[in-house]
Design a protein around this ligand. Structure first.
Ligand code: ZN
Length: 301
């Protein structure tokens, strides 16, 4: 078994094989995603730990020296904590500004004008269990087919922002399978909570300015930010690419077809490499690798 067409032909002949295949692929996806999410959760604590050891050593040195040093130490620690908070608040403000800019830049799509589209979206959201999200849709003139999606979770609730092109809306009438595959891919990003990755990168382009107080009072905070930033930059590209690969698999699992491969093979995407997306060929290769692995596994079992 070496290409997707062969596997599709086999699956089409046997309904039981098809069910087992999609179930096994879903198990694989859940397990692999879980592994990545666990690493992500653990990583910041390692950075804190590196800073915590010298800080504790200084504290004990101060304790041995007397009351004044302990007081100074506590003041410094309070300043660090306050600066961390300030940075978090100004970062949150930048993220909110980013979403507000979407509201201002793009024309909103009134879903009542597109009842059929509204039904399709509701159906897909229901299928993947994301129905507690509010959906906001906008026209995006820049892209021909590829929609952009981002997730916003705050006091306002849980919102999905969709930027859709006119061509994609037309695709909804012309090729429903392809349209649904693309939307399932986008919902994969929501399910994986990875859209903050490119929001962060867009914010970085605009250069977030932290408050001056953070720079003056807190050397450890700056150190921590530098550490965290250089680490994030190194991993950003790979993480962003993984997010695309996994969203492709999510689309296959939930649509129970290979429409996304058709999308990648068609002339919908530019074949120039950008920072965020792997080339269509690399995406198909990844799908082929995993699909092949899963197919061989169920054949052997
Ligand atoms: Zn994507």
């Amino acid at each position: 078994m070496s290409n997707i067409e062969n596997i599709i032909a086999h699956l089409d002949q046997d309904v039981n094989l098809k069910t087992t295949f999609f179930d096994t692929l879903e198990d694989w996806y859940r397990l692999e995603r879980q592994k990545i999410i666990n690493i992500k959760k653990f990583a910041p604590y390692i950075a804190y730990f590196i800073i915590a050891i010298p800080v504790c050593l200084i504290f004990f040195a101060c304790l041995l020296n007397g009351f004044l040093e302990v007081l100074i130490f506590l003041i410094i620690i309070s300043a660090v904590i306050m600066c961390e908070r300030r940075i978090k608040v100004s970062h949150k403000r930048s993220v909110n500004k980013y979403f507000d800019s979407i509201d201002l830049t793009y024309r909103k799509i009134n879903t009542n004008d597109f009842p059929d589209l509204k039904n399709t979206l509701n159906k897909l959201l229901n299928n993947v269990g994301l129905k507690d999200y509010e959906v906001k849709m906008f026209f995006d003139r820049n892209n021909h087919y590829v929609p952009a999606v981002c997730e916003r979770i705050d006091e306002q609730g849980k919102i999905i922002y969709f930027l859709l092109s006119r061509n994609l809306l037309m695709l909804h009438n012309l090729n429903r399978i392809l349209f649904e595959s693309i939307i399932y891919h986008e919902l994969g990003h929501i399910n994986q909570h990875d859209t903050n990755l490119w929001i962060e990168r867009n914010l970085e382009k605009e250069k977030i300015k932290y408050t001056w107080i953070a720079y003056i009072f807190s050397i450890p905070t700056i150190l921590f930010r530098l550490l965290a930033n250089s680490n994030a930059k190194k991993h950003y590209k790979q993480e962003r690419r993984n997010a695309e690969h996994y969203a492709d698999l999510y689309s296959i699992i939930n649509s129970k077809n290979f429409g996304i491969v058709g999308f990648l093979e068609g002339n919908y995407l530019s074949d120039s490499e950008d920072h965020d997306h792997p080339l269509p060929k690399a995406r198909i290769d990844f799908i082929e690798k995993i699909v092949n692995k899963v197919f061989l596994k169920i054949k052997l079992d």
